[in-house]
Design a protein around this ligand. Structure first.
Ligand code: TR5
Length: 144
């Protein structure tokens, strides 16, 4: 009966360990994401800042009055922060500094929060490293 009701779910994907290895594969993958389409202007985004290395645009599902995503234009293997290597130090610093520049541009004088989600436990959903800039409301601690 179960298989008749769920013909689209393969036996492998129902297995919890199979699910884990699929996630690991996604984590290790350097394949294009939705952010590449935004960088390449294949899909529109509400861009608030751009330079030769970084693009910043409004999050499609904002978690605060101001919610901006900052990404490197070239991923260079940086699917997430856990994949960072020494060669990435410059772009990581640039991303963080740009978060401050955009926060000022957005008028977040009272403060703001930056977040980098990493991996399944960190709730990362797009495997192209990005910094969330959130502001315009009182944040709470600890985060969820
Ligand atoms: O969950 P993590 O930390 O990986 O953050 C990914 C973020 O990308 C989420 O906050 C999403 O809401 C955001 N996101 C996803 C899409 C998207 C976007 N922000 C702007 N524009 C977007 N488009 C056009 N498509 C998305 N799938």
């Amino acid at each position: 009966i179960t298989s008749a009701l769920t013909p689209h779910i393969s036996a492998a994907s129902q297995h919890p360990f199979a699910m884990a290895s699929e996630k690991d594969a996604a984590l290790a993958s350097d394949s294009p994401t939705i952010f590449d389409k935004i960088i390449n202007k294949e899909i529109p985004a509400n861009v608030v800042y751009e330079d030769d290395k970084v693009l910043a645009f409004r999050d499609i599902a904002p978690q605060a009055p101001t919610h901006i995503v900052l990404i490197p234009k070239v991923k260079d293997g940086l699917t997430g922060l856990s994949k960072a290597e020494e060669r990435h130090c410059e772009i990581l610093g640039h991303l963080l500094y740009t978060a401050k520049v955009v926060a000022k541009q957005e008028g977040l004088e009272e403060g703001f929060r930056v977040v980098i989600n990493d991996g399944p436990s960190g709730c990362q959903s797009v495997y192209h490293i990005h910094v969330h800039l959130l502001g315009g409301r009182q944040m709470s601690w600890p985060p969820g």
